[in-house]
Design a protein around this ligand. Structure first.
Ligand code: IMP
Ligand code: MG
Length: 183
């Protein structure tokens, strides 16, 4: 990615809005209701993988009306050149035992599926009451590892997207909508 030089350059890379704020808001309501449906009196822990999902997590947790806690993890995927080695390293872990929780992973986007399939395996090994995945965006055409979310709000074509937490070179996370990136 070429470095961003000023506001004009920044704006010119936002190709077109793919999912509007209104559409996202409708999706959030759906996600909140879905998570409410999990509640059986035992605790729910919403888990996000930083940084991408922080905006989605902030909205989703406020659409949940049953008791829940939030937790965050940081993961890094290791690459040899541009090819993923398939090794995901946890650089920041959850701060509690999850064996007494219904865990819901709240993710921004599923692309190749590698990150989430590794994290799901890792968390499953800790024996939560249940484990499910809610994702804002899904790019099924890019999958390298078989992975299906329990709830995917928007399925999008194979185009790099930015905004609503998603970045390109750490920029554009602050856009309130999802847009296509162009250089
Ligand atoms: P996966 O392991 O390939 O599924 O990787 C998913 C991660 O790649 C996401 O959590 C994002 O951080 C990043 N990613 C994948 N596609 C996009 C995109 O279109 N825009 C921004 N980040 C993306
Ligand atoms: Mg990410």
């Amino acid at each position: 990615m070429k470095a961003i030089e000023g506001i004009q350059d920044f704006n010119s890379r936002i190709n077109r809005v793919l999912i509007t704020e209104e559409q996202i808001a409708e999706g959030i309501v759906k996600a909140g209701k879905w998570i409410d449906g999990i509640y059986d009196g035992r605790p729910i822990l919403l888990v996000s993988i930083l940084k991408g999902a922080f905006v989605f997590m902030a909205d989703v947790c406020r659409a949940v009306t049953v008791p829940c806690e939030v937790g965050f993890m940081c993961a890094k995927s290791y690459y040899e050149g541009t090819v993923s080695t398939g090794v995901v390293k946890i650089t920041m872990d959850l701060d509690r035992d999850i064996s007494d929780y219904h865990v819901v992973i709240v993710e921004d986007i599923i692309d190749t599926g590698r990150t989430l399939s590794d994290i799901v395996k890792l968390l499953q090994a800790r024996n939560p009451l249940s484990l499910s995945v809610v994702t804002l965006l899904d790019k099924p055409s890019r999958r390298l590892v078989d992975f299906t979310a329990d709830l995917a709000l928007f399925t999008i074509p194979d185009h790099f997207v930015i905004g609503y937490g998603l970045d390109c070179g750490e920029y554009f996370r602050n856009l309130p909508y999802i847009a296509e990136y162009t250089e």
